[in-house]
Design a protein around this ligand. Structure first.
Ligand code: AMP
Ligand code: MG
Length: 370
């Protein structure tokens, strides 16, 4: 849902007073596949040029905004960052038949400990840690159930009970066996499938930011379909201004955060849901029931990395404010905002560190309109 959510709501703006990024959907439509970049006018006095790179990676709109003395150098760095994301897609994609993850899943239930790449090892280890911390609300082994739900969304009917039970037998992060010495992974139950849809884009924006930094472009923002990584701020600014998507898709954002050197992500069911027999099910599943969650809510998380923000935004979508916010409060430098429909109104919940980390501000509607 992040791809569509950002298209409609979350907006990254490079500098205050400047025009917000137009909705990414429109940008992506203008340049669906080929990436393009442009150098804006240099900012007065600092000699840095603002470079915007737009493209599409991991089936999501990619937008990089960065500042550097040489627009040419920054553009080359953006190109490298985009190709790093493409490389990660070849590891984590569930849609690409020959991705490393798909190949690993073919070994499920065969008692094979498979050596994996450093990226897969790192993200799988982090995923397991967040599964444990979230009490299983976030779980990359949900693949078999997610596949059933994708079908259910297309057919608009619940999966038959026997298929559901079969899928559930192949789900559970306790069925993963990681060996740190050999960096091998074993999927112990037949039919297991890993789905990194709730964390890979966040990991990818972290990796892209790292490429930019290594190339001497630390003042950068990487936005991949609503998973946003923020490096050093634009020249002369405290941070990057990132809008909170309003719950109503047609309304412009009115709440803004000011962020630097962190990651942020939004999860929710605004676009990706299915209504079956009058019940609205999200594309985000509650691992406890195996069903799509039915309470409409939007969650924005700020965390030290994009990967953590991405995973926790999904986990908190499952857990809701009461169970979720205490977990967020227990994590260093992490905060969450939840917008939830209650009796026809939008209730807002903020974690303890939200005010300090978000640098939240309200901007007059005219200025806020992208
Ligand atoms: P996000 O948009 O980051 O919240 O990720 C949603 C995607 O993650 C879904 O489309 C599924 O592919 C996958 N997913 C759904 N529910 C979960 C969950 N509870 N834990 C981990 N991944 C999930
Ligand atoms: Mg996520």
């Amino acid at each position: 849902m992040l791809l569509l959510l950002l298209s409609a709501g979350t907006v990254a703006r490079g500098e205050s007073g400047g025009v917000g990024a137009p909705p990414l959907k429109a940008e992506a439509a203008a340049s669906p596949a080929a990436a393009r970049s442009r150098a804006d006018d240099p900012l007065p006095g600092d000699g840095l040029q603002r470079v915007v790179w737009e493209g599409e990676e991991m089936a999501a709109p990619l937008r990089i905004v960065c500042y550097h003395a040489s627009a040419e150098h920054a553009t080359a760095a953006c190109r490298q960052a985009a190709s790093r994301i493409r490389e990660l897609n070849a590891v984590f994609s569930d849609y690409q038949e020959d991705s490393e993850v798909r190949r690993l899943c073919e070994t499920a239930g065969r008692r094979l400990a498979v050596p994996v790449s450093p990226d897969l090892w790192e993200l799988l280890s982090l995923s397991l840690e967040i599964s444990r911390q979230s009490g299983g609300a976030f779980d990359v082994t949900l693949g078999p159930l997610i596949r059933l739900w994708r079908r259910a969304r297309t057919l608009r009917e619940l999966p038959p009970a026997w298929r559901f039970e079969e899928a559930r037998r192949a789900v559970g992060f306790d069925k993963l066996r990681l060996d740190a010495d050999g960096r091998t992974v074993e999927l112990t139950a037949p039919g297991m499938r890993l789905d990194f849809g709730a964390i890979a884009k966040g990991y990818a924006v972290d990796a892209a930011l790292q490429v930019l930094r290594e190339n001497g472009v630390p003042r950068a923002l990487v936005d991949l379909g609503g998973d946003i990584g923020l490096g050093d701020p634009p020249p002369g600014r405290e941070g990057w201004i990132v809008a909170v998507a309003p719950p109503e898709p047609d309304r412009p954002p009115s709440l803004f955060t000011c962020l630097r050197n962190c990651g942020t992500a939004t999860s929710g069911d605004r676009y990706r849901f299915v209504i079956i027999e009058g019940v609205r099910y999200s594309h985000i599943l509650d691992p406890k029931t195996g069903l799509g969650i039915t309470t409409p809510r939007e969650v924005m998380v700020i965390a030290p990395t994009g990967a953590a923000a991405d995973a926790w935004a999904t986990a908190i979508s499952v857990l809701g404010p009461e169970a979720g916010l205490p977990l967020i409060d227990a994590l260093a430098d992490t905060a969450a905002l939840i917008l939830q429909s209650e009796d026809g109104k939008t209730a807002v919940y903020r974690s303890r560190r939200w005010p300090a980390l978000a640098g939240e501000s309200r901007v007059p509607a005219a200025e806020a309109t992208p």
